[in-house]
Design a protein around this ligand. Structure first.
Ligand code: NAD
Ligand code: UDP
Length: 308
């Protein structure tokens, strides 16, 4: 197949492009390089089945493909808050453009949605049937509400125009090629530990997250895209839940770092707990994560050692 990956030069997108090429597909990677980097796709550029298109999803484009993975959107709070209005545009106009394209050429389209659609959840662990607890006017809203509208658009294009859609709700994913400066907790802690700097714990560090290694996540995305009988939304993430303080200790132990922990103010609307219920993904896609946190962190630390 010929497959379009928007946001293909980013962290998840570059792993997805690589995987799709390995599976024997032709891949068009579309990216405006806002948070992604050419470095991430450098090894793919020589492959005759790979093409890079520098383009912003906020503008329409016409391409002939069989499938579209729509990942184009800054993903870390630091990056998506840098230009909040642009984040809304990428989610609303970008998703609309990709849905319009899918409709016109009859392609199947998968939307990279997020656990942020659950906001600061009152239901734990989060099931797909939970509607969430999202602040519509806060500093995270450009991303959370943007992604919620993107899901709405996906469902309405399906109901109104019979577009063949899939929706993946991705929970915190980590691994090699995360941007060093994007402020996400895994990259921050590893870089701080490797540089011997204090690890910055926001609040008391009792908030929880569930961390999925990138290879597991990519496998889930590909399975959902090619599953015939269900469009989602489907949670994809690792149900092992850790406090941020536990993550910090794990990183310090793995890197044998002498770094200390320091507390910083908790950003507003930071979700207190997050853990996916992946019953649906297990039952329908026969998918579950296979890489435990320590093993995934080892691979990620090895990558960052080369970078710092
Ligand atoms: P990332 O920032 O590394 O990748 C996003 C990519 O999209 C970058 O290459 C960036 O340059 C590109 N991009 C941004 N705006 C664009 C625009 N207007 N036009 C074209 N390209 C644009 O982030 P990531 O972690 O790889 O996330 C990829 C997708 O998965 C995002 O949609 C994100 O919301 C979603 N997601 C990621 C996670 C996670 O933990 N990594 C969790 C939930 C959802
Ligand atoms: N966090 C932290 N120190 C950091 C970066 C993040 O304590 O240096 C916390 C942050 O407050 C949040 C969690 O780690 O509770 C995950 O943050 P991240 O930005 O990685 O993802 P998200 O909040 O979108 O899940």
């Amino acid at each position: 197949m010929r497959i379009l990956v928007t946001g293909g030069a980013g962290f998840l997108g570059s792993h997805l492009c690589e995987r799709l090429l390995t599976d024997g597909h032709e891949v068009i990677c579309l990216d405006n390089l806002f948070t992604g980097a050419k470095r991430n796709i450098e090894p793919l550029l020589a492959n005759p089945h790979f093409e890079f298109v520098r383009h912003d999803v906020v503008e329409p484009i016409l391409l002939e493909v069989d499938q579209i993975y729509n990942l184009a959107c800054p993903a870390s709070p630091v990056h998506y808050q840098m230009n909040a209005i642009k984040t809304v545009k990428a989610n609303v106009m970008g998703t609309m453009n990709m849905l319009g394209l899918a409709k016109r050429i009859g392609a199947r389209i998968l939307q990279a949605s997020t656990s942020e659609v659950y906001g600061d959840p009152h239901v734990h662990p989060q099931k797909e049937s939970y509607w969430g607890n999202v602040n519509p006017i806060g500093i995270r809203s450009c991303y959370d509400e943007g992604k919620r509208v993107a899901e709405t658009l996906m469902m309405d294009y399906r109901r109104q125009n019979h577009v063949d859609i899939r929706i993946a709700r991705i929970f915190n994913t980590y691994g090699p090629r995360m941007a060093m400066n994007d402020g996400r907790v895994v990259s921050n802690f590893i870089v701080q530990a490797l540089r011997g700097k204090s690890l910055t714990i926001y609040g008391k560090g009792q908030q929880t997250r569930s961390f999925c290694y990138v290879d597991d996540l990519i496998e889930g995305l590909v399975r959902l895209m090619n599953y015939k009988k269900f469009v989602g939304p489907v949670n994809l993430g690792n149900p092992s839940e850790f406090t941020i303080r536990e993550l910090a200790r794990e990183v310090i132990s793995l890197t044998a770092s002498k770094s200390k922990l320091i507390q910083k103010p908790m950003p507003s609307d930071d979700p207190k707990q997050r853990c996916p219920d992946i019953t649906q993904a297990k039952r329908l896609l026969h998918w579950k994560p296979t890489i435990p946190l320590r093993k995934g962190l080892e691979k990620t630390v090895a990558y960052f050692r080369e970078m710092v």
